[in-house]
Write a protein that binds this ligand. Structure first.
Ligand code: SF4
Length: 389
């Protein structure tokens, strides 16, 4: 067997990872007070035609970096993508397919918010080629939805789920917990109601207060840390009992229904990011690069959208890899580290020992996985892999 020796720090990627496509559609009806995503209140009619044109130009600019590669999944995220008409989504997906090969069984997800969709739209998205719908339900309690500043009611959420299920077999429900004034019992009953719809995927996110949000400036009273931990446990118990596998901190899926697009991020795969504020990652045989777009939709529409396109220094790759892979409940196979970063596994020996000594990971010869403690203290765990200057 040939042993390849390469200088410390040099990247050698033998086989390029799967390639996905993320498309950011940045408008919402109203900005939610907790939201730090790149989302912008729509001022009037959306410039759908111009924006799709800019997305296509953006994609074309990336093509020289991905010649010969195929797209394995597409995610239309936002913002509120369901503000775009099915015709615009159809045009966008056709333009993408005309420029880059998309796997015939590619997972194509669209994020939709209750209150912005009616039955005809869902059917139209399906006909455009979308095959997975992710619904931003957040809560089935009107008081909680009002506290979150959401534009929809609980009944609109229920109706949106039923409409989604009439058109899509693969539906995800996004829920939030740790909401202002929420009890553990109330959070549990939210998870139970979500389960009753029998969708194949549920995501449960804890509300956190992020800088540059209204909640940061005017913080609501949130449940204590321990209560939030119990709510997460309640989600794991209720969804586990209903046959969902817990595979990532916030993600639960029935067998065979994990979100392939998100798994590709967590397994440190490649993805093109197009649209205002979108990020992407592209690997080459000897380097990993990142790209990022202008955040403001109007600036993006001017099409001088490269904010940054840089090579990730090899010493930063272990941290970037761990930031993703350690979110997975089952962790990752040891060989994935070298396959994705192109760096020798021995490079992280010391850090893995430190993480193990602190009880944050467990490992055998094949896999490295975060312990429950590691998942709860994920930022401490991943910080161990930060590049030393
Ligand atoms: S709908 Fe979603 S993306 Fe839009 S402002 Fe609210 S949380 Fe942010």
């Amino acid at each position: 067997m040939a042993i390849t020796v390469h200088p410390p720090g040099s990247v050698k990627i033998a086989e390029l990872p799967p390639l996905a496509l993320y498309v950011h559609l940045p408008w919402c009806v109203r900005k939610c007070p907790y939201c730090d995503f790149n989302s912008h209140e729509r001022g009037g009619a959306l410039p759908e035609r111009e924006y799709v044109g800019a997305l296509v130009a953006d994609l074309e600019g990336l093509l020289p970096s991905i010649w010969g590669r195929r797209i394995v999944s597409i995610f239309l995220g936002g913002g509120t993508p369901s503000l775009f008409s099915p015709e615009s989504i159809d045009r966008l997906l056709s333009e993408v397919r005309a420029r880059v090969p998309v796997e015939p069984d590619a997972e194509i997800t669209l994020e939709a918010n209750p209150g912005t969709v009616e039955a005809g739209r869902f059917r139209g998205y399906r006909e455009a080629g979308v095959n997975r719908l992710s619904l931003g339900v957040q809560s089935f309690d009107d008081a909680m939805l009002a506290a979150l500043g959401r534009i929809h009611s609980a009944d609109e959420a229920r109706l949106a789920i039923e409409t989604a299920q009439a058109n899509f077999e693969n539906v995800n429900l996004d829920l939030m917990y740790g909401l202002p004034g929420q009890s553990i019992a109330a959070a549990r009953s939210e998870f139970e109601e979500a389960i009753r719809f029998q969708t194949p995927h549920v995501s449960a996110y804890q509300l956190t207060i992020e800088p540059n949000t209204v909640f940061y400036r005017h913080p609501p009273r949130l449940p204590e840390h321990d209560a939030c931990a119990d709510m997460q446990l309640a989600a794991e118990e209720a969804l586990g009992a209903a046959g969902f596998g817990h595979y990532e901190i916030s993600a639960f899926a029935r067998p065979g229904r994990r979100c392939r697009h998100n798994l590709n991020y967590w397994e440190f795969g490649d993805y093109l990011g197009i649209g205002a504020g979108a990020h992407g990652k592209i690997s080459f045989a000897d380097r990993v690069t990142r790209h990022e777009r202008a955040r403001q939709p109007l600036e993006y529409l001017k099409r001088n959208s490269f904010v940054e396109h840089r090579e990730v220094p090899s010493r930063e790759l272990p941290f970037e890899f761990m930031l993703n892979a350690l979110r997975l409940v089952d962790g990752f196979p040891a060989e994935l580290f070298s396959a994705r970063t192109g760096l020798p596994f021995t490079m992280i020996d010391k850090e893995l020992h430190a993480a193990e000594a602190k009880g944050l990971i467990e490992r055998d010869l094949r896999r490295i996985r975060p312990t429950e403690r590691g998942r709860h203290f994920l930022s401490d765990l991943t910080a161990l892999f930060l590049a030393r200057s």
